[in-house]
Design a protein around this ligand. Sequence first.
Ligand SMILES: C[S@@+](CC[C@H](N)C(=O)[O-])C[C@H]1O[C@@H](n2cnc3c(N)ncnc32)[C@H](O)[C@@H]1O
Length: 438
Amino acid sequence: MDNIQKLREETNPVFNTAKATLLQLAEAGHADAALMAARLGLDLAGVTYSDEGKKAMSRSNVATLELRYRSMNAFIEATGAKTVVDLPCGYTPRALEGFIAYKRYIACDLPAVTDEMGPLVEKILAERGQKRKVAYRGVDATNYASLRAALEGVEGPLCITTEGLLMYLTEPELAALMDNIRRILDEFGGVWITQDPEVSRVYISMTMVVMNDSAKAKAAVEALGRSANMSEVLKAMAGDKAQSALNATKSTFSGEADVTFGNVMLVRGTPEQFAAAKEALRAHGLKAELSPVAERMPRLGSLDPERTELARQAMEHINLWTITPDGAGSDPAVRTGGEFGVETAVNGSELTVTLRGRVDSLTAPEFLAAFEKVAGENTLTAATVDMSGLEYISSAGLRVLLIMTKRLGAGSVTVTGANELVRSIFEQTGYDDILTIR
Ligand SMILES: C[S@@+](CC[C@H](N)C(=O)[O-])C[C@H]1O[C@@H](n2cnc3c(N)ncnc32)[C@H](O)[C@@H]1O
């Protein structure tokens, strides 16, 4: 791994989660996914377990991701949008899908992913003699300037697809994403589609469909129709095993990266959760229309016809969210994000770091590199990070502060001059317990 990829991985390892989708699509029999996994040197054995319990869990994960990926393709096609903005694209083989040949496809993800995927997809298309309007662009979804740059020269209306992102975002990152998408849809027109708000409902119901015997799976789907609350449905079906099934769902997301998830857009099923998610969208000038995923139920390679039908019935109770500006006329929040800068100065064993602009997944590797350089050349015992010129910090930046704290010792990192937004990010993420904030 070259140094920049290593720094990217240290500051935001979340991109590793996306490799699981590719492997699971390959496992479901998707030929291009298998080809791409092989080209990327990923090992299929990673998803095929010897242990029976894990094997069953892996079967339901494969079916869940196949369902999500293939149904998203069908929903994207149905929007009729000229341009698809896949945010985040991860390692999926969408660029190679038949329907993409008739569209412009802008695949956006962290540079750690797009730097690898762009050349690979270009190569496969060239080998096949196919010319497509496909571009891979490194972005941070919370960074408006990076998204806008990715769309330079693009024609609307857009279909922005979000598949496997919302669960990784903290509340401030989610707020930034919603503001950014609102601004982009205001400019280009189009829609933002996602199944992410109901991701745990999809996982849990697919687990019930795939892992139980037919009679129990049927009963589970019926229970899903009766009760919106997934915890209740799961408990009724799985009893004591409910908690371990839920934990397995959770580790599916966090297994490859040290992420925690939970924000207002993730609904397990109560009416209050749906209302809170819609209110959060409204606060950012957006509104959502919900349509059952069953409306575009794809054929699945990973399930037999009986289970596919049960999965379809379950998907009558789980929705694709189509999100658009609410037309209420509120001005979209503008987060300009000045140019990033990092400077270091050492006085004895004390380091001062001065940050400017935004620290996010795009710039955090530079922040970490600057720290590692001085830490390698000096014996440091404490650091002060001057944030008076800093506009925003994302979890990738927080991770650098954590790395600094681990290296220099508990209580050794002091932050000064943080603005109100940055202070609230420290409070919401518990970093106010790790750092000394002045
Ligand atoms: C679970 S994957 C989903 C990717 C793909 N849609 C799929 O279904 O496999 C999560 C993706 O989100 C990307 N990601 C996480 N935070 C991001 C951010 N702030 N901006 C852009 N992409 C981000 C990761 O790099 C990773 O590729």
